[in-house]
Design a protein around this ligand. Structure first.
Ligand code: EPU
Length: 428
């Protein structure tokens, strides 16, 4: 077991290179299974969720060659299994994408229900509805989600809720189905556009990704391709939030400023000076953050995956802010941890009222999920003194080299082993 130990109170300064997007990578890697030949995927983030997906693909029979730490070549030609076991699926949400990808490739899928962060109920009814509309028979057998089809056929599918996962899964199943599939009320996140661009580079015919109506004309075959994943919008937003919270001045390299619009807008409201270049953004904060109200919504709204990080900045802002969660039922489980550090937050259902305090106090806290863990790091960087964060495996699921990246920005952060509940501090 390991912990992060953070000495807070320093303004972040310097440059950070943003890695490839987790939520694009975990969709594009299963999509490789639809190809007839090898694919080279570049700009993969080195995180445990990507390692877990690669492990599943390998277990299903694909050959994987690691070219360098962010590039792999995957040859799916010999995939011969359609079973993703509970052990493989449990630790991540994106394992559900194997349903769409395996149905698309083999007309058969048996996948354990997905795991991932705990935000209350995380149904997959819209995914199942989509597969059934395409002609698959779906059932739950022995705790596994089973899908069987005799050739999928295009269909019109209206999503009752805007769902990233259902949109991606339906694209995966429909891309080689016979005829036209139309997804209405589709999610519009940048990673959905990235998945469509990847599949189109293999010869797919997908139009409208990035809008709420996506049209997929099925093709018989998809060829191998080379593709580079987009930068991670949420990793970028996390470093931006840390800069704003600590009064820092940082440059983020390898970003797509367009994907950061809602985050940039809110940080400007909080008083940050933000300059956008082609693939770089500078964030400079010369004052205490101003209060700001935020409501999370599907893209192009403010991303729910930035909600804990931005709420943490608001704990030290001037005045009272209201943060409303518009995507998940229960995404304020981290608030208790911030309260341990002296934050003044009242949660009422899907709304949090945050009254800014002068400073947070260091305390031992837990990463209750991935983004909540990132929020604890921001809190620790803001507090004067030593903050310890437990359960950091959640953070490793989605942030590449987080200690190295924050250290390069001047933060005092260390990953230390914990033996029998005791932190073992090594001399630097
Ligand atoms: N929903 C349904 N039925 C469904 C699917 C979703 O009711 O069949 C509801 C959910 O309960 C939720 C809403 O629809 O209230 C949106 O869920 P969505 O399906 O969009 O979420 P997801 O695909 O499970 C992805 C990201 C999450 C991110 C959400 C929302 C991946 C692997 N995960 O989850 O990312 O919060 O979209 O943007 O892409 C993270 O990276 O930290 C993370 C949790």
């Amino acid at each position: 077991m390991e912990k992060f130990v953070i000495g807070g109170g320093k303004a972040l300064k310097g440059e950070v290179r943003i890695s490839g997007a987790k939520n694009a990578a975990v969709a594009i890697l299963p999509a490789v299974m639809l190809a007839d030949g090898p694919c080279i995927i570049e700009n993969l983030p080195e995180i445990s969720d990507v390692a877990a997906i690669l492990n599943v693909i390998k277990t299903l029979g694909a050959e994987i060659r690691v070219i360098n730490k962010s590039t792999v070549e995957i040859n799916p030609a010999h995939i011969n299994s359609f079973v993703v076991s509970k052990e493989m699926a449990n630790c991540m949400r994106a394992s559900s994408y194997f349903l769409g990808a395996l149905l698309g490739r083999m007309n058969r899928a048996r996948v354990a229900p997905p795991g991932g962060c705990n935000f209350g109920v995380r149904p997959i009814d819209q995914h199942i509805k989509g597969f059934e509309a395409l002609g698959a028979e779906m059932s739950i057998e022995n705790g596994m989600v089973e899908g069987r089809a005799h050739g999928l056929r295009g269909a019109s599918i209206y999503l009752d809720v805007v769902s990233v996962g259902a949109t991606i899964n339906i694209i995966l199943a429909a891309v080689k189905a016979k005829g036209l599939t139309v997804i209405e009320n589709a999610a519009r996140e940048p990673h959905i556009v990235d998945l469509a661009n990847f599949l189109n580079s293999m010869g797919a015919d997908i139009m409208g990704a990035g809008t709420s109506v996506i049209k997929i004309r099925g093709v018989d075959t998809l060829k191998g391709t080379s593709y580079s994943i987009i930068p991670d919008q949420i990793e970028a937003g996390t470093y931006m939030a840390a800069a704003v919270a600590t009064g820092g001045d940082i440059m983020l390299n390898n970003v797509t400023p367009k994907h950061l619009e809602s985050i940039i807008a809110k940080m400007r409201e909080m008083g940050a000076e933000i300059t956008e270049y082609d693939e770089t953004v500078r964030v400079c904060m010369n004052r205490r953050p101003k209060k700001c109200n935020i409501k999370t919504l599907p893209h192009p709204g403010f991303p729910t995956d930035m909600q804990p990080q931005i709420a943490t900045v608001l704990t030290v802002a001037e005045g009272t802010s209201i943060v409303t969660e518009g995507v998940w039922d229960s995404r304020f489980r981290y608030v208790d941890q911030l309260t341990l550090m002296g934050a003044d937050i009242q949660v009422d259902g899907k709304m949090a009222v945050i009254t800014g305090v002068d400073h947070l106090n260091p305390a031992p806290v837990k990463a209750v999920d991935l983004r909540a863990g990132a929020a604890m790091i921001i809190a620790g960087l803001t507090a004067n003194g030593i903050t310890e964060i437990e359960d950091i495996d959640h953070i490793d699921r989605g942030y590449e080299n987080i200690v190295e990246k924050f250290s390069a920005l001047g933060a005092d952060i260390r990953r230390v082993p914990v033996i029998d509940g005791r932190v073992i501090l090594k001399q630097a």
